[in-house]
Design a protein around this ligand. Structure first.
Ligand SMILES: Nc1ncnc2c1ncn2[C@@H]1O[C@H](COP(=O)(O)OP(=O)(O)OP(=O)(O)O)[C@@H](O)[C@H]1O
Length: 270
């Protein structure tokens, strides 16, 4: 990470009201293109923030930057009181990518056992590991499939195994890249209920991306993105009110038109 300077003294633990993520003048280059441009936003703690925008607008790039796996990041990006990518954040953040990262030739429980052993190795932690694995499998509603091979599960079930892996370490910040894509409406509803439960019962912060605007209404706050920029940041209610729109989708379209009109006005005054 460009903004992680090993020589920099760690800031003191941030107070609870510090945002989970704070970005300022954040820019990311991929290949030869600037794909995130001068972003400034915060993600509050203990809430679900939805990262919404059309395909290719930069959601995954922003998530990769926050979890510290993205190169060519400049500007300020602080996560849980540290610069993004700081080694101390590794166990405090759970990241679920779009492609489920599970071993198909292991059962659900064996997958979880494997990742639990990396997080808490050694015989002395065996009981704690077994409890954490059982709880994570129950959290994602896969108890009845615990002994099934991951390779024999449906796409949605495999995504839930990935989510269970991310829940193992009880992370303070969960970053979920399109976790509900391709899932049926019942499963989508159940997963959103689980996300709300994780935020409410553990005080965890969730950053969840989606390009399905109807999921916006399920979030406490939204970051609306388009073409590498943040168009708006606020609660769904505030965004609807500000744009005099009935839905977040209508609010988004209003903001896109507004941004285009502002750009045109700037061009003509040059
Ligand atoms: N490895 C790469 N090298 C160069 N450019 C890339 C690379 N990966 C992504 N991009 C570009 O960066 C931009 C943002 O991509 P990103 O994956 O962050 O978008 P996204 O909003 O997550 O899209 P989706 O919803 O389809 O997953 C896109 O224009 C994409 O073409």
């Amino acid at each position: 990470m460009m903004n992680y300077d090993a020589a920099r003294t760690d800031p003191p633990d941030s107070p609870e009201d510090e945002p989970a993520v704070r970005a300022d003048s954040l820019t990311v280059v991929r290949g030869t293109r600037q794909v995130l441009r001068d972003l400034a936003f915060t993600v509050p703690r203990g809430q679900i923030t939805g990262l919404l925008g059309p395909s290719g607008c930069g959601k995954t790039t922003l998530m990769r930057s926050i979890v510290g796996t993205q190169a060519k990041v400049t500007g300020t990006l602080d996560v849980l009181g540290h610069p993004a990518g700081h080694p101390s954040l590794r166990t405090r953040i759970g990241y679920v990518t779009q492609a489920p990262s599970v071993y198909d030739d292991l059962t659900v429980r064996q997958n979880l056992d494997y990742f639990a052993a990396i997080l808490a190795p050694g015989r002395s932690a065996a009981d704690r590991r077994a409890d954490a694995v059982t709880r994570a499998i129950a959290d994602v509603d896969l108890t009845s499939h615990a002994d099934a091979l991951a390779g024999a599960l449906s796409g949605g079930q495999r995504s839930r195994v990935s989510l269970a892996v991310a829940l193992l370490g009880a992370p303070e910040l969960l970053v979920l890249d399109e976790p509900t894509v391709g899932l049926d409406p019942v499963l989508r509803r159940d997963l959103w209920a689980l996300f709300h439960d994780i935020a409410a019962s553990r005080g965890a912060t969730l950053l969840i991306s989606s390009h399905v605007m109807d999921e916006a209404e399920r979030c406490h706050r939204l970051l609306l993105m388009r073409e590498g920029r943040v168009l708006a940041d606020g609660t769904p209610e505030a965004l609807r009110a500000r744009t005099d729109s009935e839905t977040v989708e209508a609010a988004f379209l209003h903001l896109v038109d507004e941004a285009a009109a502002t750009a045109r006005a700037k061009e003509t005054t040059r």
